[in-house]
Structure formats: C-alpha cells, structure tokens
Design a protein around this ligand. Structure first.
Ligand code: PAF
Length: 270
C-alpha cells in the first residue's frame, strides 16, 4: 500500500490513476471502516483511504485531543483489506480552506447540540474530494445525517462523485461499531448495547408509536445511566421530527452518552 502525506504529491499521484474509490476516515479503524474498504473492493478501481482527524468538526477541544490514534494498526488493517493507497495529510490541508456552510438539515439530530459540526465535516470532505477527485466515495449509515448531508452536497454542487452508503457493522451485542467503543469500560460497553435494543424494540413496535411511548424509552435509558441527547423519530430525508408516526419510511435515530462517551445509532423503518 502506497502511503502519501504531502498533498501536492497526492495530487500528482492522482493524475496517474483512472478511477478511484475513496474512503475518508479519521483513523482508529475498526470493522465498520473495513466494511467500507470491502465494499470499495467490489468495484474495479484503485482504493484510496485517508486518515485525518479533522479539528473543524469537534466542538470540544478535549474530545479532539483525546481522539484515539492507532496509525500502525490502521496501516496494517488497510493493507490486509486490499487498500491500494493511503493519504495522511497534515494540518496544512486546512490552510486557506474554503469553509462550507451546512444546510438546514444539519440543525436537527446531532446538529442540535453540536453547532458547526457538519460545517466542519462538509468543509474537510469537500477539500478531500478536491484533492482525491474520487469516482465514488463510501460512507457508513451509522452516521446517517453525515451521509445525507454529503449526498445532498454532492448533488447540489453537481460533483461527479457517486456516494455509496454502507450498512452499519455491529458488535455481537448489537452495539454499532465506533472508534469511541474502545473508550468504554467493560460494564459500559455491555450497557451500551441497550441503544440498539431500544431502536430494535421501537422498530418492532412501529405500528404502535406515540410521543409518550418514545418518551418512555428515553426515560428508561436515562434510568439506566445514559445521558440521552436525542431519541428522534424523523423523516429520513428532511430529518425533521415526524408528527405522524404512521407515515413510512421513518428514521429512528439516537445519540446518548454513557460515562461521558457519546454514541450514535439509527434504524430505518420502511
Ligand atoms: O466519518 C468520519 O470519520 C468523518 O466525519 C469524515 C467523513 C472522515 C470527515 O472527517
């Protein structure tokens, strides 16, 4: 696997390639990321991944500083999964970067308590797209709002990039794979599976939902020690909370912290 850190060099390297399947990441890679690489391998094209911990998308300096780093393991995993090249830019990528303002969809769900987060995501993704000029790029459905915003951004700006969404990979307990899971204590990790259990239970009872029922699920999680940021039943396109729970499809999305570690997950009910 070829590793490039200088972004001028990457631009030149890019010119030698025809099509590119691009997987942007912030490192600390796990099975969820590998599902993106594996999906990329089903296309006959050069697979490129990037690792850059983007300070623009963190609201909290300590969250940014404590973001887990495991570069050697990341490189080994990517090579093992057949990634052809890895781009690891340094912070000079942020110099004179064009700031992107995320649209209204960014104000719901994770945007409610993380102002500017999606501006930061779109700003770096746009810059990475400018450099890597991907034919297609891969994003996980766990970050449903991010996926939606990137799809819409590409469409609105007529970028010739296909956005491929990849299913959430889960631990045996149902907990969605996340770089943050490594920071959970053993007992919190066990508890954290309650999030998917809650979403699955809402899905199984989707013909009988009401605001009171959703509130009772939320209260149950709070009793179990979660600090629930949101548990939202919303429209999967606008991401606005639904008034009529009988309309389908619906997205049920959750963000909750346990011992200060914020986890997100969602299920789509069709
Ligand atoms: O999903 C992530 O890891 C990040 O938000 C991304 C897309 C790599 C942008 O920094």
């Amino acid at each position: 696997m070829k590793i490039i850190t200088a972004y001028q060099e990457f631009k030149e390297f890019r010119n030698t390639l025809e099509s590119i399947s691009f997987v942007p990441t912030m490192g600390n890679l796990h099975k969820g990321h590998m599902a993106l690489i594996d999906k990329a391998r089903s296309y006959d094209s050069h697979i490129n991944a990037s690792i850059f911990i983007n300070p623009l998308q963190f609201n909290d300096a300590s969250d940014f500083n404590n973001y887990p780093k495991s570069l050697d393991d990341d490189i080994a995993l990517l090579s093992k999964h057949g990634c052809d090249s890895l781009f690891i830019p340094d912070s000079s990528i942020l110099e004179n970067i064009k700031g992107i303002k995320a649209p209204d969809t960014a104000a719901y769900l994770c945007g409610m308590n993380r102002p500017g987060h999606f501006d930061g995501v779109l700003t770096i993704v746009n810059k990475l797209f400018e450099i890597t000029k991907p034919t297609r790029s891969f994003f996980g459905k766990k970050d449903f709002q991010q996926l939606t915003l990137i799809k819409n951004f590409v469409k609105e700006n007529n970028l010739p990039i296909e956005i491929i969404s990849v299913d959430t990979v889960r631990e045996l307990s149902g907990l969605a794979m996340s770089s943050r899971n490594n920071r959970l204590s053993e007992s919190d990790r066990e508890k954290a599976s309650k999030l998917y259990e809650t979403l699955s239970s809402i899905k199984d009872n989707s013909s009988n939902l009401s605001n009171e029922i959703i509130k009772s699920y939320k209260d149950e999680l709070t009793k179990k020690g979660f600090d629930v940021d949101y548990l939202s039943v919303c429209d999967p396109i606008s991401l606005k909370d639904l008034e009529d729970f009988n309309s389908k499809p619906i997205l049920v999305a959750i963000a909750a912290s346990i011992s200060g570690i914020r986890l997100i997950d969602n299920v789509l009910i069709d």
